[in-house]
Design a protein around this ligand. Structure first.
Ligand code: OXD
Ligand code: MN
Length: 589
C-alpha cells in the first residue's frame, strides 16, 4: 500500500510530468553524485549548474550563477492563500486558495518534462524536539537539492518518521521557465503547503526556510502558542564563563549573520552561535522562554564578509567537510578559480567574470558580485557553534534584540520599559530596504520584528500573540532595540560595528544582572555613556552622544509614521499598543 507521501508524489508527478523521479537520501555520496552531474548540465540560463572552485583554497566548494532576474526574494509575487482575507492582514498579498491553484496548475502542468523530479525528505528542527516538523519538498533542480541538504536535516529516515501518516509539510518547487511573469510563491497555511514556481533563489525556492519556517510556521505558532521569528540565536559567554542566550531579529541583510559569528573585541567575552536567521520560541514547562533554530546551515550575504568583519564565517567557508559549500552570484576570479566579492578584503582580481558571467572591468564602477550574492554553508562548519545546537530543548532566552538599519533617529541601543513596551518597540521598528528583496533599496519601511515579509497572518493578531506569549512567561526576557547604522554628517557610519558590537551585548548582560543603570527617555531606557565599555575604541564622546541621541523633532515625525503604519490594522491593533503609541506621543510633547 502506498504511503501518503508516495501518493502525493505520484499526484505531483502526474501534474509536472518529469522524465524521472529521484528520491533523495541526504547522503554525502548522493551530494557528490548530483554535483558531478550538475557540473555537466546547463541550467536553462546557459550556465552550468555547478562549477568546481579551487579545492585547495575552498575545499568542497562550488559556484552557481542564477538567471539575472532571479537574485533575491520577490515579495510582490509572494502570496498567502486563505479563504479569509482579513486573517492574513494588510501587509501580505492575498489570494483565494482555489484561485491560486487554478492559476498555478497550468504553470506546473508539464513543467518538469525533460527534467528529473527530486523528492527531498527533511526535518526542520532537531528531530527529537517536539516542535520539529517533518517535511517533503519536490524540485527539478539539483542546486536546490544541494542547498536544502546544507540548510536542513535531509535524510531518508524522515520518511520512516512520517510513515503512513499525512502529517508532513508539503513543498512543490519548479524553476519553470524562470520567467518573472510566471513566478509565484504561494502559501496555503491550512494545508501546510507551499507551491513555488519560476525562481531558484534561496528565499523563494528552499521552501523549508522562509516559506515554511516563517510564513507557515508563524500560523502554527499562533494556533499552538509559540512564535516563529526572523531571529539569529546566540550565547554570549562572559569572563566568568556564564553564557547568556539572546534572540536577535534584524531585517534581511542587516548583519544577523555577522552578529551570530561575532569575534569579540572585549577580552574574556565570546559569542557562541546557534543560528543566524530563524528561531522558534516557546514557553517551557518551567515558564521560561526557550528557542531552537529549525535550520542546519547559513545562507548568508557574501559582499562585505572578510577576515576583519567576519573571520569566523570565512573560516567556516574554507573548512570543507562532507557538506559542500555553495557560492551564488559572487564574481569568479578566472586566474585562480576562486569566488570573489566586494569587501572580501583581498585585492580585486586581475581577471574575473562578474555575477552575470561577463568579463569584469575593475576600472568601471559596476560591481563584480551581486549585492545579494550568497554563500550556503553548513552550521557544522562553524568554529563557534554552541554545544546546545544539538540539544532538542534549545536554550533559555534572557534578551530579545530587535535591530534595523537607520541612518538617523534611532539610537544605538534602547531598552524597553517592560515586555509590552518591547512589543511596541518591535511593532514600531523601521528599516531601510536592502538588496535581499527585489525593489528599491534604501527606502525606510516599517518592519515589525523584521517580520514584515515573513509573518503569514494579520500582524494585528501577531502583536496580540506576542503580548499573550509575554503573559505566559514567568520572568520575561528584557527587550532591546539596536541600530548599528547611524551616519554622521559626512555619511560615514559612526559605530564601528562587527566585533565591537560585543560592547552593546555586554551592556545588555550587565543590565540583566543589575550591574548598570539606565536613563529614561521618551522612547525607552538608554545607557549612561560612562557605563558602556568603550575601552580601546577610538570614538569621541561627541560621536557617542550622537549615537545615543533622541532628537525630539525627528521622533515626532517618526511617531507620525508609526501611527500611519499601525492605523492600517484597525480593530486588530491591540489596545495595549494603541496606549503605547499614545504615551510615546505624550512623552515627546
Ligand atoms: C534571508 C533573507 O535570506 O532574509 O535570510 O532574505
Ligand atoms: Mn533572513
Amino acid at each position: 500500500m502506498a504511503t501518503a507521501v508516495e501518493k502525493w508524489v505520484e499526484e505531483m508527478a502526474q501534474l509536472c510530468k518529469p522524465d524521472k523521479i529521484y528520491w533523495c537520501d541526504g547522503s554525502e555520496e548522493e551530494a557528490h553524485r548530483l554535483i558531478e552531474i550538475g557540473m555537466t548540465q546547463e541550467n536553462i540560463n546557459g550556465n552550468p549548474i555547478f562549477t568546481k572552485l579551487d579545492q585547495k583554497e575552498w575545499p568542497n566548494s562550488y559556484y552557481h550563477r542564477s538567471h539575472p532576474s532571479d537574485v533575491a526574494r520577490t515579495e510582490h509575487l509572494t502570496f498567502i492563500c486563505r479563504k479569509d482575507k482579513e486573517s492574513i492582514g494588510p501587509t501580505n498579498n492575498w489570494m483565494d486558495p482555489d484561485e491560486a491553484k487554478r492559476k498555478l496548475e497550468p504553470l506546473f502542468d508539464g513543467c518538469m518534462k525533460g527534467r528529473t523530479m527530486y523528492v527531498m525528505p527533511y526535518m526542520m528542527g532537531h528531530p527529537d524536539s517536539p516542535y520539529a516538523k517533518a517535511c517533503v519538498q519536490i524540485t527539478d533542480i539539483s542546486y536546490v537539492v544541494i542547498s536544502m541538504r546544507i540548510m536542513t536535516r535531509m535524510s531518508k529516515s524522515v520518511l520512516d518518521k512520517i510513515g503512513n501518516s499525512d502529517n508532513f509539510v508539503r513543498g512543490v518547487h519548479s524553476i519553470g521557465n524562470l520567467d518573472p511573469e510566471n513566478r509565484y510563491i504561494m502559501h496555503f497555511p491550512d494545508e501546510n503547503l507551499v507551491w513555488s514556481i519560476g525562481s531558484g533563489y534561496g528565499g523563494n525556492a528552499l521552501l523549508g526556510k522562509k516559506c515554511f519556517s516563517l510564513r507557515i510556521a508563524s500560523w502554527l505558532g499562533l494556533k499552538e502558542g509559540w512564535l516563529a521569528e526572523h531571529m539569529a540565536l546566540i550565547g554570549v559567554e562572559d569572563p566568568q564563563g556564564k553564557i547568556t542566550y539572546m534572540a536577535v531579529a534584524m531585517p534581511s541583510a542587516c548583519g544577523k549573520t555577522n552578529l551570530a559569528m561575532l569575534e569579540s573585541t572585549l577580552p574574556g567575552y565570546k559569542v557562541w552561535t546557534l543560528g543566524d536567521d530563524i528561531a522558534w520560541l516557546n514557553v517551557g514547562d518551567d515558564g521560561q522562554l526557550y528557542a531552537i533554530n529549525p535550520e542546519a546551515g547559513y545562507f548568508g550575504v557574501a559582499p562585505g564578509t572578510s577576515m576583519k568583519t567576519n573571520g569566523n564565517m570565512l573560516k567556516a567557508l574554507k573548512k570543507g567537510t562532507f557538506f559542500p559549500t555553495l557560492f551564488t552570484n559572487t564574481a569568479l576570479d578566472t586566474d585562480k578559480n576562486e569566488p570573489w566579492w566586494e569587501g572580501l578584503g583581498t585585492p580585486a582580481p586581475a581577471h574575473a567574470l562578474d555575477w552575470q558571467g561577463n568579463e569584469w572591468d575593475p576600472s568601471k564602477t559596476s560591481k563584480a558580485a551581486h549585492a545579494n550574492s550568497r554563500f550556503t554553508v553548513s552550521a557544522q562548519h562553524t568554529t563557534n557553534l554552541a554545544k546546545e545546537y544539538s540539544d532538542p530543548k534549545g536554550v533559555p532566552i534572557s534578551a530579545i534584540i530587535l535591530g534595523g538599519r537607520r541612518a538617523n533617529t534611532v539610537p544605538l541601543l534602547v531598552e524597553a520599559f517592560n515586555w509590552q513596551h518591547g512589543v511596541f518597540i518591535g511593532a514600531r521598528s523601521g528599516s531601510e530596504t536592502t538588496a535581499a528583496a527585489i525593489g528599491q533599496e534604501g527606502v525606510i519601511r516599517r518592519d515589525p520584528m523584521a517580520m514584515i515579509p515573513f509573518c503569514g497572518y494579520n500582524m494585528g493578531d501577531y502583536f496580540a500573540h506576542w503580548l499573550q506569549v509575554g503573559k505566559n512567561i514567568k520572568k520575561a526576557p528584557k527587550i532591546y532595540s539596536v541600530n548599528w547604522f547611524r551616519l554622521d554628517d559626512e555619511g560615514k557610519f559612526i559605530w564601528p560595528g562587527f566585533g565591537d558590537n560585543i560592547r552593546v551585548l555586554k551592556w545588555i548582560i550587565d543590565r540583566i544582572n543589575g550591574k548598570v543603570g539606565a536613563k529614561e527617555t521618551p522612547i525607552g531606557l538608554l545607557p549612561n555613556l560612562n557605563e558602556l565599555s568603550l575601552e580601546g575604541l577610538d570614538i569621541s564622546s561627541a560621536r557617542m552622544e550622537k549615537l545615543l541621541e533622541v532628537n525630539p523633532s525627528e521622533w515626532v515625525k517618526e511617531a507620525a509614521d508609526i501611527e500611519a503604519f499601525l492605523t492600517q490594522f484597525g480593530a486588530k491593533l491591540p489596545e495595549a499598543l494603541a496606549q503605547e503609541l499614545k504615551s510615546l506621543k505624550a512623552n515627546l510633547s
